[in-house]
Design a protein around this ligand. Structure first.
Ligand SMILES: [Zn+2]
Length: 497
């Protein structure tokens, strides 16, 4: 562009992510952000992991396009409870400080989760975007890529020109959506397009799995509608139900070129489709014993995979609940693997004892009131790995920390010391356990396990148990939610004021 007499475009980018489960007992403080994958100016140069997939993509595209890059920090905390106020403010202010110090950008891109709640801030993303807008003024293009498990607020809509969400759950498309956002932001900065963005509240909370019908076709229709008839971008915000805030719930985002009415019509059309499918797409979940019965009833050959969603670390749960383990022990079941239990104390005891040792061990049930009681077992240590990893999302690696494979009376347990959901069979198999030889695998994950486990699964089942990511969405103890919502009421719009 320099050759054509145009100024070099400048990109400023930063990342700040966590998903806050306000019902989780685990605070999200300094160590959660600064102690794990915190980078300043260099996140996009690191191998792909939690938090930096989008920024890596933006750097590649910006360099290819000859943009000048200013990179601020990237901080990404494992989902848990409320973020400590001073920690959020410190991270926010570091980004703003970098922005003020940078040459004036043409484009600001922020990689965020969209469901971060701090003490005193229900909408951290809206707060940060509003402050970024105040620094750069009205003419700079501001875009943000969010997880589809986000809260879409008026503050976000008003401060940003472009909001692009992941479309897939499991989130296999983080890099694809980063490219979408970058392209739209660049065209906006070049005045080729004029984004007009609308949010449409569905007044629903549910869970939608995009690899399976009818949600698969819905996502494909969204993708097909983009780039036609003036529509630039469509996103379906599934929402993250485990936050007691005013703006929780599912929403559609539509961005049209120059004409908000086009965006309104598209958002309405897809909102209607999602509403009409609500009963068909509502998750069906088995009780703990029903899920174990299904494992026993399945033909031998390929393991039955059971998702213990309510204890998903990725939704802010402790990941040490023992409801499944307790029933497996009490029923004398064998050839079932369970994990990952977040139990760093038990892992450290195993590290001291060494591979091959047999010892009495008290496992799990330590962190939350609804996680069940610890389970005492005589375990044999089959494998220990100091820095265990698994395959993560969108081509990234996921750190499990020191981890052990334990065997007890035909049950196989994976314990880790870095609280992390199970994404992939190599969480177990990386320690030497062969899942193909088992009858069942109970994974502490809601849906991200699916991409990796579906190829080895005889069946995939979803279970409910008492837990921090409670699947009874109709009865979550909200005090601040603004509107009535389905499934708590049949018609949330009829009952609205
Ligand atoms: Zn998500």
């Amino acid at each position: 562009m320099k050759g054509q007499g145009m100024e070099t475009m400048r990109l400023f980018m930063a990342g700040l992510s966590t998903e806050t489960n306000t019902f989780s007992p685990i605070p999200t403080g300094r160590a959660a952000f600064f102690g794990n994958r915190f980078f300043r100016q260099e996140a996009s140069l690191q191998p792909a992991g939690w938090g930096n997939v989008a920024m890596r993509e933006w750097r590649t595209l910006a360099e290819a396009g000859g943009l000048e890059i200013t990179e601020s920090l990237s901080a990404a905390a494992q989902p848990a409870g409320l973020t400590v106020r001073a920690v959020y403010e410190e991270l926010r202010d570091l980004i703003l400080e970098d922005l003020r110090a940078a040459p004036r950008p043409d484009i600001v891109l922020l990689n965020m989760h969209g469901a971060m709640v701090a003490d005193g801030y229900e909408d951290c993303e809206g707060d940060l975007l509003t402050r970024v807008r105040a620094v750069v003024g009205p003419d700079v293009v501001i875009g943000t890529e969010l997880d589809l498990h986000c809260h879409l607020t008026d503050a976000i809509r008003d401060a940003a020109d472009l909001v692009v969400l992941y479309k897939e759950y499991p989130h296999t498309d983080i890099a694809d959506r980063a490219r979408d956002l970058f392209g739209l932001a660049l065209r906006t900065a070049r005045r080729e397009i004029q984004p007009r963005m609308v949010f449409r509240d569905l007044r629903m909370s549910s869970s939608w799995r995009t690899p399976v019908e009818p949600v698969r076709s819905l996502v494909d229709e969204m993708i097909a509608a983009e780039g036609r008839d003036g529509l630039l971008s469509l996103s379906f915000g599934h929402g993250f139900a485990w936050a007691d805030i005013a703006d929780v719930g599912a929403k559609m985002v539509a961005v049209a070129d120059g004409d908000a009415a086009i965006a309104e019509a598209a958002a309405e059309r897809f909102a209607r489709k999602i509403w009409d499918l609500r009963h068909e797409t509502a998750p069906r979940r088995l009780t703990v014993d029903a899920a174990l019965d299904a494992i026993l009833a399945a033909p031998a050959g390929k393991p039955v995979i059971v998702a213990d969603s309510p204890d998903n670390a990725g939704g802010g749960a402790p990941s040490d609940a023992t409801h499944f383990l307790r029933r497996c022990v009490d029923r004398g079941l064998r050839d079932i693997a369970l994990g990952a239990f977040w139990d760093p104390i038990a892992v450290s005891i195993c590290e001291e004892a060494g591979v091959g040792a047999t010892l009495p061990l008290r496992i799990g049930g330590k962190i939350s009131r609804n996680g069940g009681l610890p389970v005492d077992l005589d375990v044999t240590i089959r494998a220990i790995r100091a820095d265990h990893e698994q395959t993560g999302l969108s081509g990234s690696r996921s750190a499990m920390g020191a981890s052990v494979w334990l065997e007890a009376e035909g049950l196989h347990l994976l314990l880790n010391s870095n609280r992390q959901q199970v994404f992939h069979p190599d969480a177990f198999e990386g320690l030497g356990l062969r899942l193909g030889e088992l009858r069942g695998v109970v994974v502490k994950s809601s849906q991200h396990f699916y991409a990796g486990f579906a190829p080895i699964a005889g069946q995939v089942l979803y279970a409910t148990s008492p837990g921090t990511v409670d699947s009874d969405l109709a009865n979550l103890p909200y005090t601040r939610r603004r509107h009535p919502y389905w499934p708590r009421v049949e018609n949330p719009f009829a009952e609205a004021k």
